[in-house]
Design a binder for this molecule. Structure first.
Ligand code: ATP
Length: 266
């Protein structure tokens, strides 16, 4: 298991500072949530970790390896896998082909797909409940089915760090819980951007709360997600309680005056 650390991360986009001097730790094997309102910088932070975006300053470390400068693309893909909204093949591939591309970083350029590769792909498709759709066109899948296929692809990469950008946003409630249970059971270090604060409270060991590109609080969901902080950062009234079966933090929300039209409830 590996730990992920972001140190002094800064990102400027279109002349504006989107992420500023950000430090963030994900202990080995932990599930860490990145929380914050729309536009707070969550995807931008994640994109630097999976190298879709080069930060203006700072470092991304997996254990003590600087993944931004020390590694070629294949070596990086063996360390870090991502499941995001904007992924997926540009051409029409089958589900099986899409998941199989996750094995490429582990294959030498001459070697054909091995028995191990095929077994891993079949196993991952079964784990995400997509084995029956292996021969289907990826492009024709529903949003939730695509998300599950992209998770299977990330799993067969056998990464040490898994980055998830809004992993549950297309999923029905049962599949949301199944996906997060699966992810928790992997034993890999996970950094996930989540909008659902209750899912974060249930499944994350720690959370970092972003506001305007800056981490304003870090710690356990219980410590970070106070009613005052949620009101200040998200602009909603939150009521804290305990989930009746898990005993974890549970939040209920009601509107404060609209951020768009102060004084007028949303
Ligand atoms: N290429 C770009 N040029 C200029 N600004 C950008 C660019 N990409 C993103 N931004 C801005 O950076 C800020 C952070 O965006 P980001 O997508 O990281 O936020 P987020 O927290 O993931 O939001 P959401 O919850 O809506 O997905 C936003 O204000 C966005 O408009």
């Amino acid at each position: 298991m590996s730990r992920l650390r972001l140190r002094g991360l800064g990102v400027e986009l279109g002349g504006a500072t989107v992420v500023d001097a950000l430090d963030l730790d994900c202990p080995a094997g932990s599930v860490v949530g990145l929380l914050g309102p729309n536009g707070s910088g969550k995807s931008t932070v994640l994109r630097t970790v999976y190298r879709a975006l080069r930060p203006t300053s700072g470092a991304v470390l997996v254990d003590d390896e600087d993944v931004l400068s020390d590694l070629d693309a294949r070596a990086h893909a063996r360390l870090v896998a991502a499941m995001t909204q904007d992924q997926g093949p540009g051409f029409d591939f089958t589900v099986l082909e899409v998941v199989s591309t996750g094995r490429v970083p582990h294959q030498s350029s001459l070697a054909r797909e091995s028995r191990t590769d095929r077994d891993l792909v079949a196993g991952a498709l079964a784990r995400v409940g997509m084995a029956a759709l292996a021969g289907r066109s990826f492009a024709e899948l529903s949003g939730g089915e695509k998300q599950r296929v992209l998770l299977a692809r990330a799993l067969v990469q056998q990464p040490r760090v898994l980055v998830l950008d809004e992993p549950t946003n297309h999923l029905d409630v049962a599949t949301q819980l199944a996906l997060l249970e699966l992810v928790r059971g992997l034993g890999v270090t996970v950094l996930a951007a989540l909008h659902d604060l209750n899912l974060a409270a249930t499944y994350c060991d720690a959370v970092h709360l972003l506001h305007d590109g800056v981490v304003v609080a870090s710690g356990t969901p219980d410590d970070v997600l106070t009613e005052e902080r949620i009101a200040a950062v998200f602009g909603v009234a939150a009521h804290r309680s305990r989930h009746p079966t898990t005993g974890r933090l549970h939040l209920s929300f009601s509107p404060l005056p609209s951020p768009f039209h102060p004084g007028v409830p949303l």
